[in-house]
Design a protein around this ligand. Structure first.
Ligand code: PLP
Length: 465
């Protein structure tokens, strides 16, 4: 059989509410055209993020009921630790409430002011935690990773020549660790090859620098290696994952991604002395080392979810449904980041709306249109998120790219939902020339995308046309 289907049937359903265009216009106006300010119940298909939005399986819900809420040494902790050891292989594991807590503990111990941490591309919380510790976060993704339309099987790879140059320039004692993000979330959800993991690991070992994986989407990355890298077609996803981690000295993990859980994460290492320091900090802010920031039931849900994320029927469906969305819109000319990533499709809003200048916020315009057209919520990753206003002059500076991310929650939506999203995008594509830009009405000095208020330029612009 060639048809790829959802490898599950649905036991519990959550209604989503269809709204009229008039209702959506009113809701979006009330939210000052910022979809973060909408009520979730007014959204039909929510593609804001794949973080913490997965549907748990019946086995995970059963695991929740098995959760042991003992303060210390609970059975849930042993099941969780066993799963992490089995898949990731590290000797020491610390449970945390989500990925950024692992980052804060790791970087606050390892980094000193003046240090530099290389990554393929730092995720925003990773960068913030490196910088908060006084260190510099440097992105060393391969040049292919920065060209949206360019096809390459492993656009998340690190540029090893630049890594070597950085080590030579700054000295290995100024580099407390090197990190690779698998898949590379901020770089379009693009995978890293095993060859690149091996090579970066070898450079780190040669210089005595610890090598970490930001493991949030480790299962999706393992599956891309199976599909795209020579020699891995016949290996199981779990065997590939184990090999990935065998090259590393530790990892940070958000179980809200490939943990298939709604909350949770962990920090892992093979370094006993470091683990002891980390545990001391863990107790200070997260909790006792056998539960961290989590309830026993959360630990059990993650222990089960980590294996489900590696199920190859699931991974085939997951990567296929995202590719399906990308292919169907790209076939009609819609510009996207190629190839589609492991968790999301990224629309190139600058190419979608060439008549809207970056400072007229083409990504914001596309996000607003997706909601108005069909009740779909996406997120702008462009000038709103990464541009800025210079406080002294009020000058607006554009972001490096104008992308809109459609992140797909795990196991939540079916193919007809995806078909609906395709139709909505193609409807907007057909009338793209009539869509106008936006301007800021209000903005915060940092992380402005969460709370900014906007107004459409259209009324102001087009009246005179
Ligand atoms: C989500 C994410 C994090 C942070 O995890 P949280 O659970 O949101 O704190 C770190 N790195 C990457 C690549 C992520 O996608």
């Amino acid at each position: 059989m060639h048809t790829i289907i959802e490898p599950f049937k649905i036991k519990s359903v959550e209604p989503i509410r269809l709204t009229t265009r008039a209702e959506r216009e009113a809701r979006l106006r009330d939210a000052a055209y910022n979809v973060f300010l909408l009520r979730a119940e007014d959204v039909l298909i929510d593609l804001l993020t794949d973080s913490g939005t997965a549907a748990m399986s019946s086995e995970q819900w059963a695991a929740v009921m098995r959760g042991d809420e003992s303060y210390a040494g609970s059975r849930s902790w042993y099941r969780f630790a066993h799963a992490v050891h089995d898949i990731f292989g590290f000797e020491h594991v610390l449970p945390v409430h989500q990925g950024r807590a692992a980052e804060r503990i790791l970087f606050s111990i390892r980094c000193r002011p003046g240090d530099v941490v290389p990554n393929n591309t730092h995720f925003d919380t990773t960068r913030a935690n490196v910088e908060h510790a006084g260190a510099e976060a440097v992105d060393l993704v391969v040049p292919e990773g920065l060209v949206p339309s360019l096809r390459h099987p492993f656009k998340g790879n690190m540029d090893v020549a630049r890594l070597r140059a950085l080590i030579a320039e700054r000295g290995r004692e100024r580099i407390p660790l090197v990190m690779l993000t698998v898949t590379n979330n901020s770089g379009g959800g693009q995978p890293v090859s095993m060859a690149n993991i091996r090579e970066v690991s070898a450079v780190c070992r040669e210089h005595g620098i610890p090598f970490y994986l930001d493991a949030c989407r480790f299962a999706e990355n393992a599956y891309f290696i199976k599909l795209r890298e020579e020699g891995y077609a016949d290996r199981s996803a779990i065997a590939i994952a184990r090999e990935m981690f065998s090259h590393a000295d530790g990892c940070t993990m958000s179980a809200k991604k490939d943990g298939m859980a709604n909350i949770g994460g962990f920090l892992a290492t093979n370094d006993a002395a470091l683990a002891q320091q980390e545990r001391n900090l863990l107790i200070l802010t997260e909790g006792f080392p056998t539960y961290g920031g989590l309830a026993g039931r959360d630990l059990d849900a993650i222990a089960t979810g980590l294996y489900e994320a590696l199920d190859e029927d699931y991974l085939r469906y997951r990567t296929r449904s995202i590719t399906y969305l990308g292919e169907h819109i790209a076939a009609q000319g819609v510009p996207i980041v190629q190839p589609p990533g492991g968790h999301a499709v990224y629309l190139d809003a600058a190419a979608f709306f060439p008549h809207i200048a970056p400072l007229e916020l083409p990504g914001q315009a596309l996000v607003a249109e997706l909601y108005l057209e069909a009740g779909i919520r996406a997120v702008e990753i462009g000038t709103v998120m990464f541009g800025r206003r210079v406080p002294e002059t009020d000058e607006e500076i554009a972001g490096p790219m104008e992308l809109v991310r459609l992140a797909i929650p795990r196991r939540v939506y079916t193919q007809s939902h995806v078909d609906y999203v395709v139709e909505a995008i193609l409807n907007i594509w057909a009338r793209r020339e009539s869509v106008g830009g936006y301007r800021f009405v209000e903005q915060a000095p940092f992380l402005r995308h969460f709370t900014a208020r906007f107004a459409p330029l259209e009324a102001e612009h087009t009246e005179g046309r």
